[in-house]
Design a protein. Structure first.
Length: 228
């Protein structure tokens, strides 16, 4: 498994030292090379130095990614998928980050605002051990065997709700999210995209399609299938 998936954690306190131009330039280059889940869906990712909302005040965070895109469940999944690429990039390069589901940007953009992510130099320990993860066992979020499911299990989610389910069979993984739960629909879709990137990062040639004969699962919405 990608070692960063085993180590990453959400950072909620930041060193107030500003990031240098070279670091910000590298981040912009990374943004320019993101891989979307749905290439046809428009989105944007911008760096901002101010935002407002819960978990912002008192964190010391002074740099943020602002994600915008079309207003649809697929677009929200797309943002989770590309945003988690940045989350793991930060963790692999000595920076902390944290999804901010309740934040709001100070400036308007061409596309509707979806979510933000704080990032910067951590004031706390950047990584954690595998034993410190608080996650449901695989038996509660999946059936069937596929080694990539462990990466999905370790994915972050809003309020640690883990509102997903995976059915692995013959090298494919059918992916579902809960129809209802403690998380609003938009955030639940973002969480699904986050988990899908963890699966993608462990896949040799990631392929994601909608299968007309995918099995139904009571209480869940079918999202798509990761191919062989």
């Amino acid at each position: 498994m990608n070692e960063i998936i085993r180590l990453r954690k959400s950072i909620r306190r930041y060193d107030k030292t500003k990031l240098g131009d070279e670091t910000l330039g590298n981040i912009r280059e990374q943004i320019a090379n993101l891989t979307p889940l749905y290439p046809h869906i428009k989105y944007s990712v911008d760096i901002a130095h101010k935002t407002k909302g819960l978990l912002v005040q008192g964190s010391g965070a002074s740099t943020f990614l602002v994600f915008r895109g079309e207003e649809s469940s697929a677009s929200y999944e797309n943002i989770g998928f590309i945003g988690q690429q940045m989350d793991l990039y930060f963790s692999a390069n000595g920076l902390g980050s944290c999804w901010l589901g309740m934040a709001k940007p100070n400036e308007r953009g061409e596309l509707p605002y979806i979510i933000s992510m704080a990032f910067g130099k951590p004031a706390d320990t950047l990584h954690r051990s595998l034993s410190e993860f608080n996650r449901k066992p695989l038996s509660e979020i999946s059936e069937g065997d596929d080694e990539r499911l462990e990466a999905a299990r370790l994915a972050p989610s809003g309020m640690n709700a883990q509102g997903w389910f995976f059915v692995a069979k013959d090298g494919t993984i059918h992916c579902y999210r809960k129809k209802s739960g403690i998380m609003p629909g938009k955030l639940s879709c973002i969480d699904m995209g986050i988990a899908l990137w963890h699966i993608a990062s462990e896949s040799d040639g990631f392929r994601f399609t909608k299968e007309p004969d995918a099995p139904e699962r009571k209480g869940y919405i079918y999202i798509g299938t990761v191919g062989k």
